[in-house]
Write a protein that binds this ligand. Structure first.
Ligand SMILES: [Zn+2]
Length: 264
């Protein structure tokens, strides 16, 4: 190699290295502490059940999270990069990347905090026990609770037909499951007060059994011991539909009371 060719080669090699390492490394670091979400909870409350994003889109932004499916067809639980549907009848199905979602949130789960809870008598007790160990009031936290569930009360919702009713109406037809004893886990988020209208303020957890045969939106539980894993998620990325009903409805107004009824 002549000196000239050698310099050209070195410059080329340096450019390749920069291209390979630079942007992707930076993006990975940012993305991994990001709560990625499509649409808003108030749009879902208002009956925007047609999805502009797919399960494949969701899986590109995280491996743990929760949501729902096209036409409000059941509860979504994302675990280990698998997207599960807990259908209205309680059956659990792994969903294809092409299936659409009107509302979902995920993150790349890397726990910063972990602790054990021995005996938990109710969802209120669980939330209080986790709150006691999470001193930051205005942080997005991704929460996983793994262990032995003595009992779980969970629900799913039926797929809706157009014209879509608001979520408060659709959720009245919810199917409530009394599950356990079983080994399983809870997946979800604790969102800060400023996330109002965008996501559920406080805890929003979905349950899935270790055998992936049952699950749903968590209403109550008892059991233990539980391993609680928490990922501080200080970055937030929201993608909203750029056309269709989401861009046509009035999203002003306070839906907190109705949301409380839907969640509990
Ligand atoms: Zn839910």
């Amino acid at each position: 190699m002549t000196i000239y060719n050698r310099i050209r080669y070195l410059l080329f090699a340096a450019a390749v290295l920069l291209l390979a390492a630079g942007p992707s490394a930076a993006q990975t670091t940012v993305d991994r502490d990001t709560l990625y979400q499509v649409s808003t909870i108030d749009a879902l409350m208002a009956g925007v059940y047609d999805g502009s994003f797919t399960c494949g889109d969701i899986r590109r932004h995280g491996n743990y999270g929760i949501g729902t499916f096209q036409a409000l067809d059941g509860e979504m639980v994302v675990v280990d990069g698998h997207v599960y549907q807990v259908a209205y009848d309680g059956s659990v199905h792994e969903m294809d990347d092409a299936v659409r979602t009107p509302f979902a949130a995920v993150t790349w789960f890397e726990p910063d905090i972990s602790f054990t809870l021995r005996n938990v008598a109710s969802i209120k007790e669980l939330e209080q026990a986790i709150d006691d160990r999470l001193p930051k009031k205005n942080m997005f936290y991704t929460v996983r609770v793994q262990g032995r569930f003595e009992s779980v009360t969970a629900r799913s919702v039926p797929a809706q037909e157009k014209p879509y009713p608001p979520l408060a109406v659709a959720a009245k037809k919810q199917n409530v499951f009394h599950l356990g004893p079983a080994v399983g886990e809870l997946v979800g988020f604790r969102c800060p007060a400023f996330a109002e209208k965008v996501n559920v303020v406080g805890y929003h957890l979905h349950y899935i059994a270790a055998d992936r045969q049952s699950g749903g939106h968590l209403l109550d539980l008892a059991g233990g011991p539980f391993t609680v894993l928490v990922d501080e998620t200080p970055s937030f990325h929201l993608d909203v539909p750029t056309s269709g009903p989401f861009q046509e409805i009035d999203l002003s107004g306070d839906r907190t009371k109705a949301l409380e009824e839907v969640e509990q």
